[in-house]
Design a binder for this molecule. Structure first.
Ligand SMILES: *Cc1c(COP(=O)(O)O)cnc(C)c1O
Length: 226
C-alpha cells in the first residue's frame, strides 16, 4: 500500500473519536505530502529543528504535535506554531512553555506524559509526583497552556497482558485527573497512547489519540543525513 492508501485505510478502520497523529519524524516532506493529500492534517515529530523546517515547507493547515522530550532551550523554536506538546514531564517544562506561548500571544495544548512502562529510560512523571504537583494547583495560573490530558507508552514487549495492564493504568490516571483536577473542563479530553506495535490494544483500553509512524511511513532510517 502507498502512504496515501494507508491513511485512507486508517480513516476507515479507526473508531470514531480516535485521532490519528501521523508520526513523520526522520521522513522527508514528500512523504508527508502523500499523507496530506489523503486528508491527514495532524503530524507528530520529536526534534524542534526538524519540526520547524517541515512547518515552513508544508501547508499551514497542518497541526504539528511535539512528541519527544525536549531541551528547554529548544522550546522557543516551536512555540510560534506548535499545536500540541505530548511530552510534559516536569513543572519547569510546563512553566517554560507557558512563558514562550505568552511571548507569541498563543495558547499551546499540552499532555502530561506519565511513566508506566518497565523500561527505566522512558520519560514521564511518576504518578505520585504528578499528583503532588497538581495538588499545588499552580498549573491553574498558567494562562497560555491548556492541559488536554495524558500521554504514555507501554513497555516494548510481546507480553500483551503487561501492555494491557499499563494502558489500563494510564486510563485510570487520566480518569482520576479528570475527576479530581479537571472536573467540568471540556478541554481535558485526550488520552494519547498506542504506537504501531500496540495501538489496537491502546484503543481497547480507551485511547482517544494514537501515534502511528512506521505503520504509515515504513521503517525509519536514522543513519541518513538530513
Ligand atoms: C516514534 C514514536 C511513535 C511512533 O512509533 P511507531 O512505532 O513508528 O508507530 C509514537 N510515539 C512516540 C513518543 C514516538 O517517539
Amino acid at each position: 500500500m502507498t502512504i496515501t492508501e494507508k491513511i485512507i485505510d486508517l480513516q476507515r478502520s479507526l473508531p470514531q473519536g480516535v485521532t490519528l497523529v501521523a508520526i513523520s519524524k526522520t521522513h522527508p516532506t514528500e512523504m508527508i505530502q502523500q499523507a496530506y493529500v489523503a486528508g491527514q492534517r495532524v503530524f507528530g515529530e520529536n526534534r524542534p529543528q526538524e519540526l520547524k523546517s517541515k512547518y515552513e515547507q508544508l501547508p499551514k493547515d497542518i497541526q504539528w504535535h511535539m512528541i519527544g522530550n525536549m531541551q528547554t532551550n529548544k522550546i522557543r523554536i516551536i512555540a510560534p506554531f506548535i499545536s500540541m506538546i505530548h511530552s510534559i514531564d516536569s513543572q519547569k517544562l510546563l512553566e517554560l512553555i507557558n512563558k514562550e506561548a505568552k511571548r507569541c500571544d498563543r495558547i499551546i495544548d499540552v499532555l502530561m506524559e506519565v511513566h508506566v512502562a518497565r523500561e527505566v529510560n522512558k520519560n514521564g512523571w511518576l504518578e505520585s509526583d504528578l499528583m503532588s504537583y497538581l495538588d499545588t494547583g499552580e498549573y491553574r495560573g498558567l494562562d497560555n497552556i491548556r492541559v488536554r490530558g495524558v500521554m504514555g507508552m507501554a513497555t516494548y514487549t510481546d507480553d500483551i497482558t503487561l501492555i494491557r495492564t499499563e494502558f489500563n493504568r494510564l486510563r485510570t490516571i487520566f480518569e482520576n485527573m479528570q475527576k479530581v483536577y479537571f472536573d467540568g473542563d471540556k478541554y481535558f479530553d485526550t488520552l494519547s497512547m498506542g504506537m504501531t506495535s500496540d495501538y489496537r490494544i491502546a484503543i481497547e483500553c480507551g485511547a482517544t489519540m494514537v501515534r502511528l509512524g512506521s505503520l504509515i511511513f515504513g521503517e525509519r532510517d536514522y543513519t541518513k543525513k538530513e
